[in-house]
Write a protein that binds this ligand. Structure first.
Ligand code: 9L3
Ligand code: MG
Length: 142
């Protein structure tokens, strides 16, 4: 058999591009002590067995940001694959312009709203970087 290394489990991670009326997207800075600390990511996390991707993201956004969002308001944008932190993952990004509540950094070191130019300059985890181009049509230029 080729590729006789240990089998590595892939996990599904879901993330949100929350877009404000000015066309900026919300990113959060991973907290000190976590893997990939200091990098700016689209908020989200691992889907649990039995959850739909949208259900997982609704739960993660409540836990991480304290906002309420309808699964039906989530539009799929793109996915990427990466090995982040020795973990093989598929990252699935959804966009939404509608939610209830004001995002607060319950899990992150900081939150930031970015137009596309600012987003491209931020250090992001390997899985997030390939999602910037597919997201660009949703965002304002500056
Ligand atoms: N991850 C990468 N980009 C993202 C998110 C939400 C997550 N936008 C990676 C970091 C970890 C893994 O997915 O390797 C699980 O995420 P978390 O549970 O540590 O947030
Ligand atoms: Mg998370």
């Amino acid at each position: 058999m080729e590729n006789a290394g240990p089998a590595r489990r892939s996990i599904l991670v879901v993330a949100a591009a929350l877009i404000d009326p000015e066309g900026r997207v919300l990113v959060q800075q991973r907290a000190p002590g976590k893997s990939l600390a200091g990098l700016w990511e689209f908020p989200g996390g691992k889907a649990e067995p039995g959850e739909s991707p949208e259900e997982a993201l609704v739960r993660e956004l409540d836990e991480e940001l304290g906002i309420a969002i309808d699964a039906a308001a989530l539009s799929p944008v793109a996915f990427s694959t990466a090995t982040d932190d020795a973990l093989s993952l598929v990252l699935l990004l959804f966009a939404s312009r509608v939610w209830r509540g004001v995002p607060r950094p319950f899990d992150a070191a900081a939150l930031r709203w970015c137009a596309i130019d600012a987003l491209r300059r931020l250090p992001m985890p390997p899985a997030d970087v390939p999602l910037i181009d597919p997201l660009a049509p949703w965002l304002s230029a500056t």
